[in-house]
Design a protein around this ligand. Structure first.
Ligand code: NAD
Length: 534
């Protein structure tokens, strides 16, 4: 924790005073100037969920501001796209260093805005550094012109080019204030695009500070435009003007975003919800599985799209695993301190708390058993809720199929691996999954049968999430498109094929009868198949 953001004493007593949770006025004023908004804009209050206390006021953008942001971004984009990829990459390598250097300040802001623990906030720092490093080092390879087989070998010389889309519109959610605001921008700008981004109002301070670091890293003026305002008005206006749409949020909102993008025939990447399963097989290391389940269910108080909400356990080990897991959950340390050492922090808002309460009470009233937790903890902070474990959840209960996005998990017992796979796939979602087994080959085979964009073997979510060279995203109702890897940068480009024809046309040359030409071509095609030319 740095003194620059947070006044001296973090509270040790269970009931915190709002006083320590402050953002210096100078910082907030400086960040406010990074927002494209009218001179006398309306303001929105930033509050900390840790206490409900006021942190800062930030300006709200208008539709005119969004138009202005796009005009500026378009001008800057043309100049940026003319720079070599290697020069663009240097900016991202500098951002990597800046984010690590300023991590304490960023961790304070993330904790203040999201209410999560410092360890979970640090995952965001690691994520940004990892994505910067990966794309900065690999962008040249991902984006370079590639020779492709031409229509006629040797005679047709074909090259695939990658052009930037133009201006990418990004709507970022609140649950990962740093990660979700920055990581989608990194491949977009490396590919030569400008960006207009609307971070969620609940994560705006962290987002704005990270954009300052982007400026400091050397992103040209105008290239990254930031607007603030509500989703249905300002967020929608950002996406409605984009040459490519990058949206992260719920499946319900994502459907509307996809419809609008479809209407305009622009591409869209939609990172949406999940109801993610972890399967603990009969041969799993149960202690390791129980530890990982605690991390994977309760990270960011469950407000992580890839967090685990369903624990599927082989009946041969279900009693033992449940005892180990519940014991760990009951001893979790929950608290509001801006420092290391807590296992879980707060939910972000009354709305999130209401959903968790509704899911637990609905399940309890219909016969589910609460094995751990099950209570709000207002004496710690207004939106704290205990890490909660349910058993006996059935299809009539909301939390069986609906995403809770909170610190709630249900345990289900199965008799076979096949049953486990069937249950894991018994959801409309398909974002993330996990398999615990001592037999890695079996883990891989089970993973391939689960319909989820990422599957972690002997981890909950971090192994796949941190694998920046491999695609990450949702199957089924969990989204369209992928982050990370080649797909995570190619989506921000238009592929263009340039084919140069030499010597003879792809048509009968002058004086050659069509039938003879067709015969010669047929022989040529057969030869290409025999020669495995593809
Ligand atoms: P939400 O869909 O209500 O809102 C998400 C964001 O979209 C918010 O910032 C909101 O202001 C904005 N928004 C709302 N309406 C909009 C519109 N018409 N046009 C443009 N933007 C609009 O979701 P939420 O409840 O705030 O966030 C939690 C959801 O996000 C969960 O379902 C979670 O799984 C999902 N999520 C997914 C990922 C992922 O990578 N797959 C990551 C984080 C969160």
């Amino acid at each position: 924790m740095t003194d620059s953001l947070v006044a001296p004493t973090a509270p040790a007593a269970p009931k915190p005073s709002p006083a320590p949770y402050v953002v210096p006025a100078g910082l907030a004023d400086r960040l406010a100037r990074r927002v494209v908004a009218p001179a006398r804009a309306e303001t929105q209050a930033c509050v900390t969920p840790l206490t409900g206390g006021h942190l800062a006021d930030l300006p709200v953008s208008t539709i005119d501001s969004v138009d202005h942001a796009y005009r500026t971004a378009r001008e800057a984009q043309t100049r940026w796209a003319a720079q070599p990829v290697a020069d663009r990459a240097k900016v991202l390598l500098r951002l990597h260093d800046l984010v690590l250097r300023h991590r304490d300040e960023l961790l304070d802001l993330i904790q203040l805005e999201s209410g999560k623990t410092r360890r979970q906030a640090f995952e965001e720092v690691m994520d940004v550094a990892g994505v910067c490093r990966h794309y900065a080092r690999k962008a040249d390879d991902y984006l370079k012109p590639r020779k492709r087989l031409g229509a006629l070998p040797v005679l047709t010389q074909t090259v695939e080019l990658r052009h930037p889309k133009g201006v990418v519109g990004v709507v970022a959610p609140w649950n990962y204030p740093l990660s979700m605001s920055v990581t989608d921008l990194i491949p977009a700008i490396l590919a030569g695009n400008a960006v207009v981004v609307r971070p969620d109002e609940k994560s705006a301070l962290t987002a704005l500070r990270s954009f300052e670091l982007l400026d400091q890293a050397g992103v040209p003026e105008g290239l990254v435009q930031v607007v603030l305002g509500d989703g249905p008005t300002v967020g929608k206006a950002v996406l409605d003007r984009a040459d490519y749409v990058m949206f992260t949020g719920s499946t319900k909102t994502g459907r509307g975003v996809a419809r609008d993008a479809g209407e305009r025939l622009v591409g869209a990447s939609l990172e949406l919800g999940g109801k993610n399963p972890m399967y603990v097989a009969a041969d799993a290391n149960l202690k390791a599985a129980a530890d990982a389940a605690v991390r994977s269910v309760f990270s960011s108080a469950g407000q992580l799209c890839i967090s685990i909400e369903r624990l599927i356990v082989h009946e041969a080990v279900a009693d033992e695993f449940t005892a180990l897991f519940v014991k760990r959950v009951r001893s979790m340390k929950i608290g509001p301190e801006l420092g290391w050492g807590n296992d879980m922090g707060s939910l972000i808002s009354q709305q999130q708390l209401d959903t968790v309460v509704a899911h637990v009470e609905d399940a309890r009233s219909k016969g589910a058993t609460v094995l751990a937790g099950g209570r709000a903890r207002p004496e710690i902070g207004p939106y704290f809720y205990e890490p909660t474990v349910l058993e006996g959840v059935t299809a009539v209960m909301k939390c069986r199929d609906e995403e809770t996005f909170g610190p709630l998990v249900s345990i289900y017992r199965v008799a076979t691996d096949d049953e486990a796979v069937e249950l894991a796939n018994d959801t409309t979602y398909g974002l993330n999954a996990s398999v615990f087994t001592r037999d890695t080959a079996r883990g891989r085979a089970l993973a391939a049968r689960i319909k989820a964009g990422t599957v972690n073997v002997n981890e909950g979510y971090a192994a796949a999430w941190g694998s920046n060279g491999a695609p990450m995203g949702g199957m089924r109702q969990s989204g369209l498109g992928r982050r990370h890897g080649a797909e995570g940068i190619h989506k921000y480009t238009e592929a263009q094929t340039v084919a140069v024809q030499h010597l003879v046309p792809i048509a009968p040359p002058k004086g050659v009868p069509e039938k003879a030409w067709a015969g010669a071509m047929a022989l040529g095609l057969k030869a290409m198949k025999a020669g495995r030319i593809s």
